[in-house]
Design a protein around this ligand. Structure first.
Ligand SMILES: *[C@@H]1O[C@H](CO)[C@@H](O)[C@H](O)[C@H]1NC(C)=O
Ligand SMILES: *[C@@H]1O[C@H](CO)[C@@H](O)[C@H](O)[C@H]1NC(C)=O
Ligand SMILES: *[C@@H]1O[C@H](CO)[C@@H](O)[C@H](O)[C@H]1NC(C)=O
Length: 478
């Protein structure tokens, strides 16, 4: 009796379990949490115990539903290939790069990604970030880049897949600088490739709350997105001003979702800082955010859930993620409470220009010394490497020494670099990247030191310093 029932019961159990596990884009209780930039570590450099962990650490329970990895910050880098930065977990300093590129080999994360996916979570790659100023010159370049993203991260194939055999679930666009020309071609080409794939892929975007978003606005109006993670922080329309109907504008985004978006079923998330150190303004405690989420969910059918920046901050802040998830799943009744804010900062949408991101606070230490004239084995400057005071690089034929921590600040254009003058014999070493002091390097399969001389100047996009003023989710804390 028992033996004949058991197979049916276990079959039902397995079926039921897999049903419950699958990510559901149309749900209204999803929690999307960015991972990759170790935001906690960037603001708490000595508390290394709470720094960002490997991805699967955040997939041990049912709290988080979607994990955008931040960021693929360079579209066209060395060798014409993209580059990405996952701070203390994987970066061009500490990990091998694919030959002839500045694309780090993060394939040790493939099993982490697959573990998260097996638990019904989606893992996507976020393109851009606050330092990103990646531009397309024409439609053919934009559609070729869609093919690159498909081949490197999604259902295509390539010998330079940064996450190895893991097939990500989609991409997120976090464009906070540069021109957005031809991005619609990129998105539509990528969507076509996704539609030809063997699983469901997702395209999300992270506009800032002022409507319309200066960068993503025209893109999300033209192409159907699955969800948008609106950054309700670092701006006047942030969560700190929820009680002021002149500022709080979720209704505007809901109206956009239903009447402008090519996908009328696009879900709109409230993007929130996961702790007071995760953003300049907009942090509210978990009970406050919970009641805002419940009121918004009850009022607007486009509401899809909460987005948090970022995983490291949420875990260090008493599992903020777990707290807010329980509000999301805890029914739709909206307690009418007066929202209190822990931040009183009201920031106009256009005031300051972000200067750079806070990425990993532990830039690798240069293991080389050089002197003007020979320049020894000093490596070429690379845009997406963090440098600390005293670090030396080659750029434009000169030796440069950093006088402060900096990231994506071009020698000659930024005051962060002192020009030590021209190098006499740099050609043989130019093109090799900054040496790192981590022993992990020696165990990796790919050498970051190029065996053949390369042109002097590393061809990577340079951060614009005169973009329209925008607040970013990053702040330089030094
Ligand atoms: C992440 O995983 C890699 C590979 O297993 C390991 O070498 C590394 O120490 C881990 N990083 C952290 C922060 O746990
Ligand atoms: C598109 O832009 C790329 C990069 O600037 C360039 O190499 C290519 O020739 C351009 N193609 C066309 C058709 O203009
Ligand atoms: C509900 O939506 C209406 C229309 O946008 C708005 O006026 C009202 O403030 C909203 N209430 C809440 C609690 O969001």
């Amino acid at each position: 009796m028992i033996s004949s029932v058991l197979p049916i019961a276990s079959a039902l159990l397995i079926f039921g379990a897999s049903e419950a596990l699958a990510f559901t884009n149309s749900a209204t209780d999803n929690l999307a949490v960015y991972w990759g930039q170790n935001s906690y570590g960037a603001t708490h450099s000595s508390d290394t115990a709470n720094w960002q962990q490997n991805l699967s650490y955040y997939c041990q329970d049912d709290t988080i539903d979607a994990i955008p990895m931040a960021f693929l910050d360079v579209f066209f880098g060395t060798g014409g290939e993209p580059s990405l930065d996952l701070a203390n977990i994987c970066n061009v300093n500490d990990d091998a790069v694919f030959p002839g590129t500045q694309l780090p080999d993060c394939s040790f994360l493939a099993s982490d990604i697959e573990t998260c996916q097996s638990k019904g979570k989606i893992v996507t790659m976020s393109l851009g970030g606050a330092t990103g100023s990646n531009t397309f010159s024409n439609d053919s370049q934009a559609s070729a880049f869609a093919q690159t993203i498909w081949d490197l991260l999604l259902g295509g194939s390539s010998s330079t897949r940064p996450f190895g055999s893991a097939v990500l679930d989609g991409i997120d666009l976090d464009i906070e600088g540069g021109s957005t020309s031809y991005y619609t071609t990129f998105v539509s080409t990528l969507r076509s490739l996704m539609n030809s794939g063997s699983k469901t892929y997702y395209i999300t975007g992270a506009p800032q709350c002022p409507f319309p978003d200066a960068y993503l606005g025209s893109i999300i109006n033209a192409e159907g997105f699955d969800a948008i993670y609106v950054q309700f922080y670092n701006n006047y329309c942030g969560l700190q001003n929820y009680d002021d109907s002149n500022d709080w504008n979720f209704g505007t985004w809901d109206n956009w979702a239903k009447n402008t978006s090519p996908n009328p079923n696009v879900k709109v998330y409230i993007g929130a800082p996961a702790s007071s150190t995760a953003a300049g303004s907009g942090y509210v405690d978990v009970a406050t955010l919970g009641s805002i989420a419940q009121a918004t969910k009850a009022n607007y059918s486009s509401f899809g859930g909460i987005m948090l920046w970022d995983a490291s901050q949420a875990y260090a802040n008493g599992r903020f993620d777990e707290g807010i998830k329980s509000y999301l799943t805890g029914g739709t009744a909206a307690p009418t409470s007066t929202v209190s804010s822990t931040s009183t900062t009201t920031t106009a949408p256009t005031s300051t220009t972000p200067t750079s991101t806070s990425t990993t606070p532990t830039s690798a230490t240069s293991t080389t010394t050089a002197s003007t004239g020979s320049c020894g084995s000093v490596a070429a400057w690379v845009a997406n490497v963090a440098y600390t005071s005293g670090d030396q690089v080659l750029y434009d034929g000169d030796l440069w020494t950093a006088n402060q921590w900096n990231y994506a600040e071009t020698p000659g254009e930024s005051g962060a670099w002192d020009d030590d003058g021209p190098c006499a014999s740099v050609a043989a070493k130019a093109g090799s990247v900054k040496a790192a002091a981590y022993s992990m390097l020696t165990t990796t399969a790919f050498s970051r030191t190029k065996s053949t001389p390369e042109p002097m100047k590393v061809v990577v996009p340079v951060v614009q310093t005169n973009v329209p003023a925008k607040h970013s989710r990053f702040f330089k804390f030094d």
